[in-house]
Every structure is written in structure tokens, then in C-alpha cells.
Design a protein. Structure first.
Length: 397
């Protein structure tokens, strides 16, 4: 089978595309992956490409040159349609798969004009604008959440889940490596994911919360903080002044090691982050990014509705409430254990394989056979979540 994948350049779009590409290539498919190269984050993207390239995936960056003006973007998009058509006429892919972002539109439309089957993958619980438009023309849409919203009427869907890097699937049982971060094995570890670009609100909240910790908490807890390039030195110096043991980095390529160390996570609520939390089974305090059409708040609600995470609006959380939330989770290890077990059951753990099966089925003119099975699995999980919700709610009181 021959497959062409197209993705935006950010990790939330690119990681699931790379995981699918590797899965398809490992089974003998010939795979090309195009992605939009963004110079600002390219240094973070390069390490992500290596495993797929090692599987034989042909990865090609697409340089985006428009200045953001609508007319220039339209011109660039039309040129990309022509380029995509010429490539597909030579390569003759069986399926073209888009992972969101405006760069997917020219490629999917070129595929449709040539009669090539197309599949979309939606990472968020609210379908993105580009995918909503393309879903009307695509042969199918693969969803990360069972109840994704704003899916166009009549679109054919399947719940594949959100592919994550393989290492995250093992993080729940992986042996922590405190020496990797200069931390202490016996202490409770709070992982703070300010993001590779830095999330100023989360960085500020955690630093001010550390200042308010009791002497006993400073001796029993430690912080593993990905702070971004702007805040890393400030956070490092601040924790030292507060007397809190910490490791602070601008970013970390080995995020599976971060999750393996974490007892509790403080983070934003992007779709890829939530998928990593569920894959590794880590209880979290989520502070969704308040903009970008509210996607993160809706994503996070899927976990909070099942008591699988504590969710706080950025406008309402304070260092004091963050510290109280941390105390509530850390002082109740049995609740964390139950949350972990439920998180690990929350979504399909074989999402890349489900997506690959969907692609292969479509290449042969069929639709994957696990659609109804997932519906039954989802209902069973809801029963379990209801049980877990009652237990966790009782713990909270």
C-alpha cells in the first residue's frame, strides 16, 4: 500500500502523523509524510522525525512562506494543490491522510480531484475548522474522542484514539530515573509542563505555590519543571531560593522519563498532552489555555467529567488553590491509584494500529470493522467510570 500523510508542523499534529507513518511503514507500506516547517519550533521537531525515518518513512518539510495575509495564503495554497497533484500522479497513493491545519486542505482537495481516497484525523474534542470543511469531502474521519463535537452531518467517522509515542505507553510501569534529573527517589515528584515554548501562567503559578509550601512539604516534595526558554533560569533560581529541590529545563526530549518520574502533573490541556497523560496514567491538575476557540477547555472536560483530572480555569486559579489541589492529590495515594487505573482504560492504547487498519480498509474500498466494537467498549468504560466517579467523589469529601 502507498500512503501520503500531510500534517501541520506542531507536535500535536505531527506526533500522531509520525506514529501512524511508522506503523504503516513497519508493515511494508510505502509512506511519504509532508509537514509544514515552522522555523520557530524546528529544533524541537527534528528529534521527533528520527524514529519514523528509521522505519523508512520519507519525511519532507514544506516551507511556509506566506506572511499571514489571506490573499498570499490562497496563492500559496493553490500552488500547493498543483504540486500535490503532480506528486500524486507519479506516486499514485492508495490513501491520503490529513492531520489538520490549513496545509492539509490543498493536499486533500488535490487527492479528491484525482479520485484518491482520503481520511482525516481529528485530535481535539471540538473538530478544527479546516477538518470541519474537509470532512464534507473526505471518505472518512478518525476521531480521538468518542464524543467529538462539530462533526459535519453525514461524515463517516471511526474512533481511533490519539496516537502517542510508544515510550509513553510504558511510562506507567517504567522504572523512574531520579538520577537523570538529580532528584531523590523517595520524594513525591510534581511534574510541571510549562511547554517547550513556555506557558507563563503555569510557570508563575507553580513558582508562587512553591513559595507557600510548608517546611515539611519542601522536604517531602520535589519539582520537575519544563519551563520553556524564557522562564527556565528564573524558575531554577526561584526554587533554589525557596529551598525546594527541583530540575528545571527549557525542554526535554525524553518526556517519557518525565512522566515515569511524575506522581502528579500540572499542565495545559492540549490533545496530545491529554493523550500522553492517559497513556502513562498520570493524575493531573489541568489549566487549559483559555484561547484558541476553547479547544483545551473542552478537551480537559472529558477528563474532569470522569474525575480523572482536576481542571481549573486560568481566570480562577491562584497559587493558593493550586497548592491545595496538590495537597489533596498527594495526600491521597489510593485516589491517585484509582485515577491511574481509570486513565489507562480511558482511550484505545493501540490508536496507531487502529488508524493503520482504517487506512488499509479504505485502500481496499472497505471501512474498518472495529467501529461497533468500540461503541460497546465505550459503553462498558462508561459503566466503570461511573463506579470510579462515585469512589473518587467520596474521597474528595
Amino acid at each position: 500500500m502507498k500512503t501520503l500523510l500531510i500534517s501541520e508542523g506542531s507536535g500535536g499534529h505531527l506526533v500522531p502523523a509520525l506514529e501512524l507513518a511508522s506503523t504503516l511503514a513497519a508493515s511494508g507500506s510505502e509512506v511519504h509524510l509532508w509537514y509544514a516547517r515552522r522555523k520557530r519550533i524546528q529544533r524541537l521537531v527534528d528529534p521527533l522525525l528520527k524514529p519514523a525515518e528509521a522505519h523508512g518513512v520519507r519525511v519532507e518539510p514544506i516551507d511556509i512562506t506566506h506572511s499571514g495575509k489571506s490573499l498570499e495564503r490562497i496563492k500559496e495554497g493553490l500552488a500547493f494543490v498543483g504540486r500535490s497533484r503532480r506528486f500524486m500522479q507519479a506516486f499514485r497513493p492508495d490513501v491520503v491522510i490529513g492531520f489538520g491545519g490549513w496545509v492539509s486542505a490543498p493536499v486533500l482537495l488535490a487527492a479528491r480531484s484525482l479520485g484518491i481516497r482520503t481520511l482525516l484525523h481529528e485530535q481535539n474534542r471540538i473538530m478544527g475548522r479546516t477538518n470541519r470543511i474537509l470532512a464534507r469531502f473526505a471518505n472518512g474521519v478518525a476521531l480521538s474522542f468518542p464524543d467529538t463535537r462539530k462533526v459535519p452531518f453525514g461524515a463517516r467517522t471511526v474512533v481511533s484514539g490519539m496516537p502517542v509515542r510508544r515510550a509513553f505507553l510504558d511510562a506507567a510501569t517504567a522504572e523512574p530515573q531520579p538520577e537523570r534529573f538529580g532528584l531523590i527517589r523517595e520524594r513525591t515528584t510534581i511534574a510541571v509542563l510549562g511547554g517547550s515554548q513556555g506557558a507563563q501562567a503555569i510557570n508563575r503559578l507553580m513558582m508562587e505555590a512553591a513559595q507557600r509550601m510548608t517546611t515539611e512539604e519542601k522536604m517531602a516534595w520535589q519539582i520537575l519543571h519544563i519551563a520553556g526558554p524564557e522562564a527556565a533560569k528564573v524558575a531554577r533560581d526561584h526554587y533554589a531560593e525557596c529551598g525546594v529541590r527541583s530540575w528545571v529545563g527549557t525542554f526535554c526530549e525524553e518526556m517519557d522519563a518525565v512522566y515515569a518520574m511524575a506522581d502528579v502533573v500540572v499542565s495545559r490541556a492540549g490533545a496530545s498532552t491529554l493523550a500522553e497523560l492517559m497513556a502513562s496514567g498520570k493524575p493531573a491538575i489541568l489549566v487549559p489555555y483559555p484561547f484558541a476557540h476553547g479547544h483545551q477547555s473542552v478537551n480537559a472536560a472529558w477528563l474532569s467529567e470522569r474525575d480523572l483530572a482536576v481542571v481549573r480555569a486560568e481566570s480562577g486559579i491562584t497559587p493558593e488553590t493550586l497548592l491545595e489541589d496538590l495537597r489533596t492529590l498527594i495526600q491521597n495515594p489510593e485516589r491517585r491509584r484509582r485515577m491511574q487505573e481509570a486513565l489507562l482504560r480511558g482511550v484505545p492504547r493501540n490508536a496507531a494500529e487502529r488508524l493503520a487498519l482504517t487506512a488499509r480498509s479504505m485502500a481496499s474500498g472497505q471501512w474498518p470493522t472495529f467501529r461497533e466494537t468500540w461503541k460497546e467498549e465505550s459503553n462498558r468504560e462508561e459503566d466503570r467510570f461511573s463506579h470510579d466517579r462515585r469512589i473518587v467523589a467520596a474521597d474528595a469529601h
